[in-house]
Design a protein around this ligand. Structure first.
Ligand SMILES: Cc1cc2nc3c(=O)[nH]c(=O)nc-3n(C[C@H](O)[C@H](O)[C@H](O)COP(=O)(O)OP(=O)(O)OC[C@H]3O[C@@H](n4cnc5c(N)ncnc54)[C@H](O)[C@@H]3O)c2cc1C
Length: 545
């Protein structure tokens, strides 16, 4: 996948997508798979904004039973299955439990009935799925079984726990990239570091979007029959103020912060917890994450410019304080935090007895900007990573009602073949003797269908330092591969969104410098530029005082 913005001006497209988060990426994949000529531009790197900063849960929608939102439950069950089918190397079922204290609406009896109902309505969740990706039925665990999993849990009032399975995406950034690569393979014109500045109606059939190539510092226009604004928190930037006032007057942003901490529980199970003394208190969710815990979420109103949102020490401290109250044995301090992830979700002000409250939206919104003509320019505002592909299908149905859009479950950027039992052993037979068993396993789980290509590329990369040949170098091979084939242009792209080296914290200095040296040699960076890239990357990691 080569970056070639000049391809975007060659011809008018059926559909131009602005924004390369999960919503733009899934839309580009589906549109190009359906045979539409498609373009996608992203002002930064693919998936670098909200979509990189989720709690990594691919929801099965159990929680929506509480509000009896059955269509959302069914949508989540369907989309969780699609994600598991598409990217088995990145997504796995995740066992979750939530302790039950007391009686009433959140008591054991009501939950038992709710879980049975969920099992019933999601009965087809495993049809056609391999055993390794099967989602077991929900059930209620006894108090003794709960304490076996969480031995330090408060026993007073404990009546057991609800057990269900969601799924976890081990690399949300590469998941976005998988959709982008699939769209590219189906002929889409795609470029990162291209900012859409302005949209104009060109004539009755076309819309013209003025773009700025942020790498070459040039401007150009992309012309398309239809345009989808998938800019996430930047959704207002391309809409005329009067239109934004009319259609988005109730849009506010809610910021969410999650932290990666030392492992809080010893079992590989996600746990939902709230202060047992206060059933109305905030629910915290602890997800097992690469030998650590991913704890969330601290939510608060955000009024600033989306590009200026920054996680601060006080957000993390507030999160830990609330969680320590809900689960005192954790006793977490800032020194336990190794990385923090945060982003913005859409919300509205609602009235409550204690005054106005900001609540995240429950459903995505699709806005038709009729000043460009009916069904010509739309804005798509998503609420969950999980359901992006389902929303993409609905958006295409709206923009191209005359066309049947298939409910796709395969894509070339991923591979269902990856789940075939012979895939990893085949890679291991060929490459273990060259790179070692654990490295081949890591490459397989990071790159999925492209693992063989990465290993081949690496087998031709020899590390030379101080004029000495040090043999084959996997790191150099990975850096070469992602620059050549995945449009990685910065150290940040390489470390945080391609090679999986900086996903759960800042890599050690020597590793960082090594990756930067290789990137510099492939991309022609000067020494000063390389040091600036290292400094820019470090800004994405929190340093507490
Ligand atoms: C803390 C937190 C935890 C979450 N956890 C989960 C979870 O566990 N599971 C789940 O399903 N969902 C979760 N979500 C929700 C999910 O992350 C979002 O719904 C989803 O990522 C939104 O994707 P998006 O593509 O709309 O936005 P983004 O990922 O923000 O993408 C928008 C893109 O548009 C680009 N862009 C903006 N303006 C322009 C322009 N003018 N020109 C070109 N490009 C532009 C931006 O650079 C950006 O990359 C969570 C959200 C938060 C904040």
């Amino acid at each position: 996948m080569r970056r070639a913005p000049e391809r975007l001006v060659e011809k008018p497209f059926d559909l131009l997508i602005i924004g390369g988060g999960i919503y733009g990426a899934t839309l580009a994949w589906m549109a190009s798979s359906a045979g539409l000529t498609t373009a996608l531009i992203e002002k930064g790197d693919f998936g670098e904004a909200t979509s990189a900063n989720t709690q990594k849960i691919i929801h099965g929608g159990m929680r929506y039973l509480q509000s009896l939102d059955l269509s959302r439950v069914m949508e989540s069950v369907r989309e969780r299955k699609r994600m598991l089918q598409l990217a088995p190397h990145l997504i796995d079922p995740l066992r979750c439990i939530m302790p039950i204290f007391g009686y009433g609406i959140k008591g054991k009896e009501v939950l038992t009935a709710g879980l049975s109902f969920y099992n019933l309505i999601s009965h087809s969740r495993n049809d056609g799925m391999p055993a390794s990706k099967a989602i077991p039925p929900c059930r209620v665990l006894s108090k003794a079984d709960t304490l076996q999993l969480l031995p330090d849990l408060q026993t007073q009032g404990l009546r057991g726990s609800a057990e269900w399975h969601d799924a976890i995406c081990m690399n949300t950034e590469r998941m976005v990239l998988g959709f982008i690569r699939s769209a590219y393979n189906s002929g889409a014109g795609i470029a990162n570091y291209v900012l859409a500045e302005k949209m104009e109606r060109k004539n009755t059939h076309y819309v013209s979007v003025t773009c700025r190539d942020l790498i070459r510092n040039t401007n150009f226009d992309v012309v398309a029959q239809k345009v989808a604004n998938c800019c996430g928190p930047w959704i207002r930037d391309l809409i005329k103020p009067a239109e934004a006032e009319k259609q988005l007057h109730d849009l506010h942003f809610v910021a969410g912060v999650n932290v990666i901490t030392r492992a809080i529980f010893s079992h590989r199970v996600a746990v939902g917890l709230r202060d047992p003394a206060d059933p109305a208190s905030r629910l915290y969710f602890v997800v097992p994450w690469r030998g650590h815990s991913l704890l969330g979420t601290e939510w608060f109103a955000y009024k600033g410019n989306p590009g200026e949102f920054k996680i601060k020490e006080e957000h993390c401290a507030e999160l830990l304080k609330g969680f320590n109250k809900a689960y005192p044995p954790a006793n977490l301090g800032l020194h336990d935090v190794q990385h923090a992830l945060g982003g913005l979700v859409p919300g509205s002000l609602t009235r409550s007895s204690t005054g106005p409250q900001l609540k995240p939206w429950n459903h995505f919104r699709l806005l038709d900007h009729s000043e460009f003509g009916q069904r010509r320019v739309v804005s798509v505002i998503g609420v969950k990573y999980t359901t992006a592909a389902g929303v993409a299908r609905r958006v295409l149905g709206f923009l191209f009602p005359e066309r049947y859009i298939e409910n796709y479950v395969t894509a070339t950027g991923f591979s269902t073949a990856d789940d075939k039992p012979e895939r990893l052993p085949n890679l291991q037979t060929r490459w273990d003797s060259v790179f070692g068993e654990s490295q081949v396993r890591r490459i397989a789980s990071t790159y999925g269908p492209f693992a063989e290509d990465v290993l081949k590329s690496a087998s031709q990369c020899v590390s030379i330092s101080a004029g000495k040949d040090n043999g084959i170098d996997l790191v150099r091979g990975e850096v070469a591969y992602v620059i050549e084939n995945e449009m990685a242009l910065t150290l940040d792209d390489i470390v945080r969104r391609r090679t999986d080296r900086g996903t759960d914290g800042l890599p050690p200095e020597d590793e960082l410098v090594r990756v930067a040296d290789y990137a510099a040699s492939f991309l022609g960076w000067t020494q000063i530029y390389k040091l600036k890239e290292i400094e820019d990357l470090k800004k994405h990691y929190l340093q507490f005082n």
